[in-house]
Structures are given as C-alpha cells and as structure tokens.
Design a protein around this ligand. Structure first.
Ligand code: F1P
Length: 342
C-alpha cells in the first residue's frame, strides 16, 4: 500500500502517542491559556483552514471564548474585517508543514500589528512557523509523507480539542478514541470502499452543522484532491436555499449528522432522497431512509469532539478509495504539492 493509505491507518497509533505526550506535558503545551484574551483566531490554508473552522467552533462552544476561523490570506489582505486594534487576541496559526507562505505571512502580520500572543500549530518542530510563533503546539508523530493531509489534520484537531476540554472531559471523551478508531476501521472500511467504488455517483454534496461544517469541508476537499470529483459543501438547511436544484439520481450526499440538530438534518435528507439522491450518513443513530449507507457510532457518537475525528477518518478513506477506483494515485494528486509556497 502507499503513503496515504498507511498514514490513514496509522491514526490510532498516532493518537495514542499524541495523547501520551499531551498528558505528560499539558502544562507546557497550554501555558498560554493562563492569560486572558478577548478572542481566539484560528487560521490556516486548505485543510488547515478547514481545521480552523472546526477548532473555532469547538473552542467557543466548550470554553465560552469568542473564536473564529479565517483563511490565512484574509488576515493580511483584509485585516479590517477580522482584527480590531483594541482587542487582545490569541492567534493560532495552523500548518502541517509550518512553511505555507500565507500562514507564515499571517503570523508575521499579526505579530507586527496586533495585540496578543501567537501559537504555531504544526507537525514539523523545526519549521518556520514553530520557530517564529511565541508558543508552539507541535505533533511530530503526525509527520506525513503524503501530499494530502490526513493524520496531520486529525492529530492537530486532537491537540486543539485537548486544550479546549476540561481535564475530566479529556479523560472521558478522548482516551477511548484510539481504540474506537481502530475498531471502526476494522468493521466499516469495506462499507466505505464499496461506496467509493460505485460508478453510479457523479456529484458529491457534503453537509455539516456546527463543528461538523469544517469536517464536511475537509471530506469535500479530500475527495476533490485525490479523485478529482466535483464536490460542494453546505450547512444542512442552507442546501435547501437553491443548491438543492442540482440533486438527481447520480448525487451522493455525505451527511455528518449531530445529536443537537438531528431532527432538522434528517428532514433535509428525507427531502433530498425524495429528489433522487443517495445518502452516506455518519452519525449516532440511523436515519432509516432508503438509498442510505450508514456508519453509526451509537451512544459514543453523541459526543461531538469524538465524532469529529471518527468522521474525518472515514471521509479520508472515501477520497482514497474513490481515487483508486478511478485509477488515480492518491500519493500524487493532480497539480498539488505538499507545501504551497508563493
Ligand atoms: C496546507 C495545504 C493542504 C493541501 C496540500 C498542500 O498545508 O495547502 O491544505 O491539502 O497538502 O498544503 P499546511 O499549511 O497545513 O502545511
């Protein structure tokens, strides 16, 4: 097998190593949280921007700190829409490589013109980002050879989740994660491979609410990067306001349902099945709808922080297996390089 597959499957082990390091050094890792800030900004590019969307939602909803996720280029191109002179920010710059031009530029712009502290979140300890940020959350066990990001995304998300949760919740919610991922991969990988290998689907819609929106975007990007499939991403109810016009019998809707909005999300999916779509559902409980493939996580699936990582592992596999079905090499995605330097 190739790098991308191997690194998707290494995630349980990488999570064990990362949780061990986080528990051993949590005070050093998160010492910057002892100070107070008016707002958290999470920023990155591509996959790392998708991570910023989810991290911002999580931090605000768990830690009650105003937080937002923005593309790194917006920080220095349109700062007036993001940063206010009187506010004190904790600025998280997220980058697997720690070398992406826009992300390093965003960090430097913030450091030179705003009040607060910078945190580099990366997998590369010797990277520009790790060196230039005032603090660094570094996850070397998630180092990747693959061009597309897989375990780097889920591990940096795990690290940011760890920081947002209280110590009791960390133990209860995060410690079962590696074994849950391992078990789910064992039982459900074939489900994803069969779905990815169907020639029936020509367009792919990803739906997610709240913290799942960033994960839906990441699944959409994985499928596009590796298999060149046309994909779009929406909040569930937003899809009704026009974009649903494209739904037909060759549409696969990848639905990441939540517990808090499940009834609304199910209603949208019911309507789309009625328009001819098929569904790939990741959630806690069954939708009981026709033309629906499901991976269900039961009671554990009601814990959003756990589900976000469980879901993204299967979305990575969806992109990987579709690429293989198309005769493409996931390790060499068209037009892409491992790091984008302008
Ligand atoms: C971000 C990124 C990825 C993309 C590709 C190239 O890199 O743009 O989002 O999928 O792998 O790099 P980084 O800033 O996280 O290193």
């Amino acid at each position: 097998m190739d790098w991308t597959y191997r690194e998707i499957h290494r995630q349980p082990q990488t999570f064990r190593e990362t949780l061990h390091a986080l528990n051993a050094e949590k005070n050093r890792f998160f010492s910057f949280l002892e100070e107070s800030f008016d707002e958290f900004i999470f920023t990155g590019c591509g996959t790392s921007y998708n991570l910023s969307l989810t991290a911002a939602h999580l931090w605000q909803s768990i830690a009650y700190i105003p937080a937002r996720g923005v593309p790194a280029s917006e920080v220095f191109l349109f700062p007036q829409g993001i940063l206010l002179p009187a506010r004190r920010y904790l600025f998280f710059a997220i980058s697997r490589s720690g070398e992406t031009t826009e992300t390093v530029k965003a960090l430097e712009f913030f450091a030179s013109s705003c009040t607060g502290k910078t945190v580099g979140v990366t997998c590369e300890p010797h990277s520009t980002l790790a060196q230039r940020a005032e603090s660094a959350l570094v996850f070397p066990s998630a180092h990747e050879e693959s061009v597309v990001m897989t375990q780097s995304f889920s591990t940096m998300l795990l690290g940011l989740l760890f920081g947002a949760l209280t110590s009791q919740k960390r133990e209860a919610i995060l410690s079962p994660l590696p074994e849950m991922v391992e078990r789910s991969l064992l039982h459900e990988e074939k489900t994803v491979q069969d779905l990815a290998s169907s020639s029936h689907f020509h367009k792919f819609i990803f739906l997610g609410n709240g913290p799942y929106y960033g994960i839906a975007w990441e699944g959409s990007l994985k499928l596009k990067e590796m298999s060149l499939a046309p994909t779009e991403t929406f909040h569930f109810l937003e899809f009704r306001h026009g974009p649903k016009s494209i739904v037909d019998e060759h549409t696969l809707i990848v639905a990441l349902t939540s517990s808090s909005a499940f009834s609304y999300e199910k209603e949208v999916l019911q309507e789309m099945v009625g328009l001819g779509a098929s569904i790939f559902h990741l959630g806690a409980q069954s939708l009981s709808l026709p033309r629906t493939t499901e991976i269900l996580f039961g009671e554990a699936g009601k814990e959003d922080p756990l589900r976000l990582i469980l879901d993204v592992v299967f979305l990575q596999l969806l992109g990987y297996f579709r690429a293989k079905h198309q005769g493409l090499n996931p390790d060499e995605p068209r037009h892409l390089t491992k790091v984008v330097k302008l």
